[in-house]
Write a protein that binds this ligand. Structure first.
Ligand SMILES: *[C@@H]1O[C@H](CO)[C@@H](O)[C@H](O)[C@H]1NC(C)=O
Ligand SMILES: *[C@@H]1O[C@H](CO)[C@@H](O)[C@H](O)[C@H]1NC(C)=O
Ligand SMILES: *[C@@H]1O[C@H](CO)[C@@H](O)[C@H](O)[C@H]1NC(C)=O
Length: 472
């Protein structure tokens, strides 16, 4: 009933936007014979048997799993269709929830088939069984709803308090549990739920993060530690930083304390540090006067572009949006999609991008070398770009850390790898598999293939052990 009223109210609202308040078409007795009956506005006429049926009712007179609704267009003729969020399977003719296993084989999901016909005709929605796509990065899971890959045991697309895991049906699912692999992410305190480690998670104290071991805390040995405030902040977020910065561990490592890696406030990608201490996005107004834009960390110039044109710094000139401009063949001048006008203001920055035709033909080559290593907190390993301090290509229990360059060793610099896998703070390295089997909790089979053991006691104790690492 609530759904029904909702639909009708929604309908009235949409209609209302264009005209005056108008009842839905199926409430008109001249086109819907059922409309004269008591509560007739809920009834639709079904020509096959001449009877009236409740709108949006599933099943009879419709086939199993289908609902009766007003046909789009006229709105007065009833038709049977799959309820929202479902599609019809050609195998059993039933409507199944899309993006679930439905009646597919294990490991497959039921995917909607793109509607190739015109929108105005209400064609039945069809679905087919598909294999999830293979994710590029180890430890990632494919989420069919948005077609993206997310790291396993990250929040990804999940609601707060749930993490992404592979469910019993072999498909990605959002879940939380006190047992199994999720147990380590479970918060026993107020509000419960499962949370990613080293995020704010359920922690209510300022400057505390949710840590392995299921506790909230902060420790000076974590890269998340901010010395001036004595607090810990999530990496990649605003943290304690001024405007235009984010709190990151960067690769430009010339630390005075070689053993302690700490995040710091750095300008976000595409931003420069201005003398007022804030970072501003290049080619926006930033700190400049009206009608000017920022071109480097010191200089504002009058906006050189006319309306509908975007600036290309290399060429020092503007090109019309949608034209070839200075772009390689097949690419056109586009607005920089990294810019968020609400945050950055209007951007005059132009980028080259592919036309849809090129993209559909798979001919859209991205210039990879540009994006990755110029972004703070990112590192390229074997042609893939990874975020530091995430699992990246590392085994479970480890994360990718910046390889510090010791002082006075410039000669080494080029040949050393830029990052390595290391046990996460609080995780303990197992020396060799045969000797350590007894150490492991026999119930905890998941951990058997871990090289870094999750903490069973408080983080602080483990942080005092010198965590050894391997090179990758
Ligand atoms: C879609 O509609 C247009 C005109 O309204 C028509 O020319 C075209 O053939 C239709 N396409 C399909 C797939 O029905
Ligand atoms: C900024 O740009 C101006 C004008 O092109 C130039 O004179 C100045 O040296 C640049 N400053 C820096 C820090 O690059
Ligand atoms: C990528 O960028 C580099 C340097 O900016 C350039 O030399 C190279 O040709 C570019 N490659 C592509 C495919 O655009």
């Amino acid at each position: 009933m609530r759904v029904l009223l909702g639909s009708i109210i929604c309908f009235l609202t949409t209609v209302n936007a264009r005209t005056a308040i108008m009842p839905p078409p199926w409430a008109d007795p001249s086109t819907n014979p059922c409309a004269t009956q008591p509560r007739g506005w809920q009834l639709l006429y079904w020509p096959a048997d001449g009877k009236c049926y409740k709108i949006f009712q599933i099943g009879d007179p419709c086939p199993e799993t289908m609902e009766l609704g007003p046909a789009a267009g006229s709105g007065t003729i009833a038709e049977c269709r799959c309820p929202p969020g479902t599609a019809q399977s050609p195998r059993d003719a039933l409507c199944h929830q899309i993006f679930t296993k439905a009646s597919c084989s294990k490991g497959q999901f039921f995917a909607p088939v793109a509607d190739v016909s015109n929108k105005s005709s209400t064609k039945q929605r069809w679905g087919v069984c598909r294999e999830p796509e293979i994710c590029n990065e180890q430890g990632e899971i494919y989420w069919p709803r948005d077609g993206k890959c997310y790291p396993k045991l990250s929040r990804g697309p999940c609601p707060r308090g749930e993490l992404l895991v592979v469910g019993e049906d072999g498909l990605a699912t959002c879940s939380c549990s006190m047992s199994d692999e999720l147990g380590r992410y479970h918060w026993v305190g107020n509000g419960g739920g499962c949370h990613e480690h080293y995020t704010k998670g359920p922690c209510s104290e300022p400057g505390e993060l949710f840590l392995p071991g299921g506790t909230c805390g902060c420790n000076p040995q974590l890269p998340h530690y901010h010395e001036p405030s004595g607090m810990c902040y999530q990496l990649g977020g605003v943290g304690p930083c001024p405007q235009g910065h984010h709190f990151m561990v960067t690769m430009d490592v010339r630390s005075s304390q070689e053993d302690i890696v700490r995040a710091k406030c750095v300008c976000k990608s595409g931003h420069v540090l201005y003398k007022d201490g804030f970072c501003y996005r290049l080619h926006t107004r930033g700190p400049c006067e009206n009608g000017y834009m920022l071109i480097n960390s010191t200089t504002c110039i009058p906006v050189p572009c006319k309306r509908g044109r975007l600036y290309f710094p290399q060429e020092k000139t503007c090109y019309k949006i949608g034209t070839k401009g200075p772009c390689p063949n097949g690419q056109i001048v586009l607005y920089d999609y990294n810019v968020r006008p609400s945050l950055d203001g209007i951007s005059y920055n132009g980028v080259c991008g592919c036309t849809n035709i090129m993209r559909d033909a798979g001919k859209c080559l991205k210039n990879e070398s540009d994006d990755c290593e110029s972004t703070p907190g990112m590192v390229r390993i074997k042609k893939t770009c990874y975020k530091l301090y995430t699992q990246g290509p590392c085994p479970a229990g480890e994360w990718l850390v910046a390889q510090r360059t010791p002082r006075n060793s410039q000669l080494w610099r080029e040949s050393r790898p830029k990052a390595r896998c290391e046990c996460r703070p609080g995780y303990k390295r197992i020396q060799s598999s045969s000797e350590t089997l007894e150490e492991l909790d026999s119930n905890n089979l998941i951990s058997l293939n871990l090289r870094c053991q999750p903490p069973t006691v408080r983080l602080a104790k483990f942080l005092n052990d010198n965590i050894k690492s391997i090179m990758i």
